[in-house]
Design a protein around this ligand. Structure first.
Ligand SMILES: Cc1cc2nc3c(=O)[nH]c(=O)nc-3n(C[C@H](O)[C@H](O)[C@H](O)COP(=O)(O)O)c2cc1C
Length: 205
């Protein structure tokens, strides 16, 4: 069963470094055969939260929100790439995550954190787990902290330290296990349903 993964990254800083880590994750997922979409907060003109996506009538949400909603809806799971800002996550990432709700449900997430220093954003990790649980996308037990993010990858997302290439394997093995397990469960439920959209998911699986 193929896996569709949406990678979520949010930082509004002009000198931001985390896109390199996000690209590293995208490359590794593609190497494993995933269909991958990267949602980068800066690629979309998402305002600070006024109305959530669900508060718009169908077809009335701004284009940026529709694009992101579609990427979240079609995903079987998420990898969230988060910097540590004052022991929590960037406002741009939180704003992006908060706009959506049911698009996350019954799908796993995996957490990649990073920082400029040696601790790899592990304090943001603690916060992000709680946020993702509340959003309905429980995070897998393992996480992937990245220290010295500015020099750990080149601009195309290639690791300059080969330990990252090794470490990511078990992390993504674990993520795939949960992504497959929950996809099986969603498809099984869809196949027993008489709702047309559910039946379509059953046929498309
Ligand atoms: C507002 C702000 C707060 C930060 N707070 C922390 C922190 O609490 N712990 C830490 O290790 N690094 C901290 N940093 C360093 C960032 O983790 C590092 O600059 C990282 O590259 C930011 O991600 P970005 O480049 O994708 O925006 C902070 C950076 C900023 C801009």
């Amino acid at each position: 069963m193929s896996i569709n993964t949406t990678v979520i990254y949010g930082s509004a800083r002009r000198a931001r470094q985390g896109l390199k880590a996000a690209r590293f994750v995208v490359n590794k997922l593609e190497d494993r055969g995933h269909t991958v979409t990267l949602i980068d907060s800066e690629a979309h003109e998402l305002p600070m939260l006024d109305r959530m996506y669900k508060e718009y009538d169908e077809g009335e949400a701004p284009e940026a929100m529709e694009t992101i909603a579609s990427a979240l809806r079609s995903a079987d799971g998420f990898v969230v790439v988060a910097a540590e800002y004052n022991h929590s996550i960037p406002a741009a990432l939180k704003n992006l995550l908060d706009h959506f709700q049911k698009e996350y449900l019954y799908k796993p997430s995996a957490i990649v954190t990073y920082s400029a220093g040696p601790f790899g954003g592990v304090r943001a990790l603690v916060n992000l787990r709680a946020i993702l649980a509340e959003l309905g996308t429980p995070s897998i037990p393992s996480a992937f902290p990245v220290s010295m993010v500015g020099r750990s990858f080149d601009d195309d997302g290639n690791a300059t330290d080969e330990s990252y290439d090794k470490r990511i394997v078990r992390f993504l093995d674990e993520y795939e296990w949960y992504a497959h397990a929950l996809k099986h469960a969603r498809v099984a439920e869809a196949c027993g349903s008489d709702i047309p959209t559910q039946q379509a998911m059953c046929r498309g699986a």
